[in-house]
Design a binder for this molecule. Structure first.
Ligand code: ATP
Ligand code: MG
Length: 347
């Protein structure tokens, strides 16, 4: 069942269209991430859902009810912001109780919900502290707990981990996944960090310049992207222009390769670095110009046919030297991609 449904939601500021008609369904209990570059309209989308910004057109349905005319407090949606947005003059307990008091939830029910949220967010030790006496990660867990106690139909997250250092971000990311498993709350999570999106999501909505480019599971979108934007934004890839003829194509540096389906004429394909086979040979058409040994993997840049090709091999294999001559062959069929809208810049 769709818990949340957006129907042709749009937003314009004057003549500038920030959100083109956007339709989307989030199922009950699903964790969906909206992934896109800075300025593509992610926060705008969340603000409209939350009710703190008005849409220019379209409909929002939550749990079977149309809610886009409702004020924020009537929407049964809670949001966790990048900046935590805790009340600075209230203790952790009071921060958690605030929304419940506003809703006139009975005292014993308030206590029960707060205790539960403190436990699952690992905050029991901090309940009487003020926000300024907490680290960034602890403050963000309070913000999360404050959203959870409301038991909303929908939880919104606007880049909640981006103010934290890399290690804390990683640990809170795991906490969030575990928490989602425990609460089963329907969640829409916004980020521009593709690793975060891949690690956390049931499905990812890829956005660019105010439009949904593609929607799928992390595995589908990584392995079988339909669009060049998705292929290059989700992980690293080489986008290569080829001349297609049936189910094979001519490569820019010479030779033929297999396509994943038949096409004719000038096309764009994706070739992931891990699908580039490098064979060291004295007359190789490519030259290794950069070597980065990363431990588990070794990354190479190969100059070939006037372009730089990224390749990755297992770090356990022999490491090639800069200047080595190599032959290059794709492993498996090349993925044909759509390229419409690739030139679009954020509004
Ligand atoms: N109140 C406003 N008036 C005019 N333009 C706005 C307003 N709010 C947002 N915009 C514009 O809408 C576009 C989308 O902004 P938005 O904040 O949704 O981006 P975002 O995807 O959340 O980016 P980031 O990852 O940097 O947070 C931007 O170009 C922004 O300048
Ligand atoms: Mg934003």
């Amino acid at each position: 069942m769709a818990e949340l449904e957006l129907r042709a939601l749009t937003k314009s500021f004057g003549d500038t269209v920030t959100l083109h008609p956007t339709s989307l369904q989030v199922r009950t209990g699903e964790f969906v991430t909206v992934l896109g570059p800075s300025g593509c309209g992610k926060s705008t989308l969340l603000r409209i859902l939350m009710g703190i910004m008005e849409a220019s057109g379209g409909e929002i349905h939550l749990a079977g009810k149309r809610i886009d005319a409702h004020p924020p407090e009537k929407r049964d949606i809670a949001m966790v912001f990048q900046s935590y947005a805790l009340f600075p003059h209230m203790s952790v307990r009071k921060n958690l109780a605030f929304g419940l008091r506003m809703r006139k939830i009975a005292k014993d029910e308030q206590m029960r919900r707060i205790q539960h949220a403190l436990e699952i967010c690992n905050l029991e030790a901090y309940v009487d502290r003020m926000p300024r006496q907490l680290s960034g990660g602890q403050q963000q867990r309070v913000a999360l707990a404050r959203a959870i106690v409301m038991q909303p139909s929908l939880l919104l997250f606007d880049e909640p981990l981006s103010n934290l250092d890399a290690k804390l971000r990683d640990s809170l990311r795991h906490d969030l996944i575990a928490l989602h498993r425990k609460t089963g709350a329907t969640s829409l999570y916004v980020t521009h960090d593709q690793a975060e999106a891949m690690a956390m999501s049931d499905r990812i909505v890829v956005m660019n310049a105010g439009r949904v480019v593609e929607i799928g599971t992390p595995v589908e979108l990584y392995r079988n992207p339909a669009h060049a934007f998705t292929a290059s934004f989700l992980g690293q890839t080489n986008l290569i222009p080829v001349k297609a003829s049936g189910d094979s194509c001519g490569l820019p540096w010479g030779g033929q390769a297999q396509l994943d389906r038949a096409a004719q004429g000038d096309m764009m394909v994706s070739l992931r670095p891990e699908n580039v086979q490098l064979t060291e040979t004295a007359n190789g058409v490519g030259e290794v110009t950069s070597v980065s040994f990363m431990g588990a993997q070794a990354h190479y840049i190969v100059r070939i046919g006037g372009r730089d090709l990224h390749a990755a091999r297992s770090g356990a294999e022999a490491i090639l030297d800069t200047g080595a001559r190599v032959d290059v062959a794709p492993i498996g069929a090349l993925r044909l991609l759509q390229t419409d809208g690739m030139e679009a810049k954020p509004a």
